[in-house]
Design a protein around this ligand. Structure first.
Ligand code: ATP
Ligand code: MG
Length: 293
């Protein structure tokens, strides 16, 4: 991955604190003959929840992978808070204030919940958690600070009673919450959530929706939310961007996007093309946030 470290010369556009927090311009990503993202441009405003939706294979996770710098885009530009990060290293993202969760989870199965969340805050310190007994006293102090911060986050997400449980002993819905805690431990300004409601019951989805709204407000975050639960994403998003086959086919307020004929067609087309596919029209959202598209 041809990547460079952060430098003061990276500042571009309006500079930190002004304009959109994320600006994606003319971004394309190809895998051989597959076009995962095609000349995509959109902005994410500060301090909002921006929903990123689209049928299976639309390019949502690929976009997350480009922004979090796991994938190098084929063409285009990604500007975060006034800094061109298109060729930055993924390891630099946490220090910039970018965090994400993974569609299929990225937790350390043999570690406890608490240790996993501590690992999320690791970039703030020098401590190597697993070697903590052998590091200098000052580093032990950092580990204690990480531990306290992680525990507070677990309390905030009602997971503190599970702090000492191993990840591989816990059910999937709980792990989705732990993954959220791990991402928050890095103290991000911009948090990308890839299907946080996947596998949750209706009641759990409603609870998660409330949590995300509160967390966004209390932590002063901007959220970019990929989700197939249309009720949830339409209810809590300020803005929506819709992808299909790597192309942006609509963007705007939820009320406009849900009735956009191109969006309805994209979802209905997928339903016709694949029996039993889990996507449904975003118009069929109703008020219930637990509905799974
Ligand atoms: N590493 C990869 N190698 C080859 N093709 C890939 C790779 N990652 C993604 N793709 C392809 O890129 C396209 C977009 O995939 P992506 O995972 O981004 O879709 P998505 O919108 O996240 O879908 P879903 O809702 O099912 O998670 C798909 O055709 C997928 O097969
Ligand atoms: Mg995906």
């Amino acid at each position: 991955m041809g990547a460079s470290m952060l430098s003061s010369t990276d500042a571009t556009c309006a500079g930190p604190g002004a304009g959109p927090i994320l600006s994606v311009s003319d971004l394309s990503l190809r895998f051989g003959g597959i076009v995962a993202i095609n000349a995509l441009s959109f902005d994410v405003r500060r301090d909002v929840i921006c929903g990123l939706i689209g049928p299976n294979g639309a390019g949502k996770t690929s976009l997350f992978n480009c922004v979090s710098r796991l994938y190098n885009p084929t063409t285009g530009r990604i500007v975060f808070d006034g800094i061109d990060i298109t060729r930055h290293r993924s390891q630099a993202m946490a220090r910039l204030g970018i965090a994400r969760t993974f569609q299929n989870l990225a937790l350390m199965k043999s570690l406890t919940v608490l240790h996993n969340v501590m690992l999320g805050g690791y970039h703030h310190g020098r401590t190597r958690l697993l070697r903590a007994p052998f590091v200098p006293v000052s580093w032990r102090a950092e580990e204690t600070a990480l531990r306290v911060a992680a525990y507070r986050l677990l309390e905030r997400l009602q997971l503190d009673h599970l702090a000492e449980e191993r990840i591989d002993s816990l059910p999937y819905p709980t792990l989705k919450r732990v993954e959220l805690a791990r991402a928050l431990a890095s103290q991000p300004r911009f948090l990308m959530l890839d299907e946080p409601a996947g596998g949750l019951s209706h009641a759990e989805v409603d609870d998660l929706a409330r949590t995300l709204v509160q967390v966004r407000r209390d932590f002063g975050l901007t959220l970019l939310l990929v989700e197939h639960h249309m009720g949830m994403v339409m209810n809590i998003s300020d803005d929506i961007v819709v992808l299909d086959f790597g192309n942006k086919i609509a963007e705007g307020k939820p009320v406009d996007v849900r009735s956009d004929p191109r969006v309805i067609q994209a979802y209905l087309g997928k339903q016709r093309g694949k029996a039993g596919v889990r996507k449904a029209s975003p118009t069929a959202t109703g008020a219930a946030s637990g509905e799974h598209a």
